[in-house]
Design a binder for this molecule. Structure first.
Ligand SMILES: [Fe+2]
Ligand SMILES: [Fe+2]
Length: 199
């Protein structure tokens, strides 16, 4: 499918703020890919489609992923499930077949252990795109995102852990797996505590 047709369909599927965010992620992912010598077109495509399921109801998201493996925590959370649902729609509605692009869409919310460089670019571009409401640490993270992908991932994952801990929750297990590549996660859990999952 041509990009123009994807954009036309996305505009109808998303509310205007989400569409603006989407365009921000598309351009930021492209810039980061250029910076790190990754495929710009793949990064931009994954950025464009990463939230394509975001405006569906939880019920509809669950229908979209009915033949796709997702855990029970995800099934109950729109903010987690939209990534897996987006991956499915990217393939079935937007005609994406590239497994690297589909993977970047799938893992853009939780992350996971063993992320590819494209996965990391889209995960980070989602957090730092220029239309994001400013939060503590965003400028430091933006600088890292153009310098060192792994340092940026480490920083972003720790920010995420702090954020959910402040709400008395813990990270999704896939995010803990991602963080365990940079940190002794068991030690962090002892420091931050909390038992419930992110939602
Ligand atoms: Fe998202
Ligand atoms: Fe997003």
């Amino acid at each position: 499918m041509k990009i123009e047709k994807m954009e036309y369909k996305l505009k109808k599927a998303l509310d205007s703020d989400r569409y603006i965010h989407t365009k921000g992620v598309q351009e930021t992912a492209r810039k980061m890919a250029r910076c790190f010598g990754e495929d710009e077109e793949k990064a931009a495509l994954a950025g464009l489609l990463h939230d394509c399921a975001k405006c569906l109801s939880l019920n509809k998201m669950n229908k979209v992923v009915k033949d796709y493996p997702v855990d029970d925590i995800m099934k109950e959370s729109k903010s987690l499930l939209h990534a897996a649902a987006g991956r499915c729609l990217a393939e079935s509605v937007y005609g994406v077949t590239d497994p690297e692009v589909l993977s970047a869409i799938r893992w853009h919310t939780t992350g996971k252990a063993g992320m590819s460089r494209l996965d990391k670019i889209v995960y980070l571009a989602d957090i730092i795109e220029p239309n994001r409401k400013p939060f503590t640490g965003i400028e430091e993270l933006r600088a890292l995102c153009m310098k060192d992908l792994d340092a940026a991932m480490h920083y972003a994952l720790l920010m995420s852990l702090r954020h959910v801990s402040e709400q008395g929750k813990t990270l999704h297990p896939d995010t803990l797996d991602a963080l365990s590549e940079y940190e002794d996660v068991q030690k962090l859990i002892e420091i931050y505590g909390g038992k419930k999952h992110e939602d």
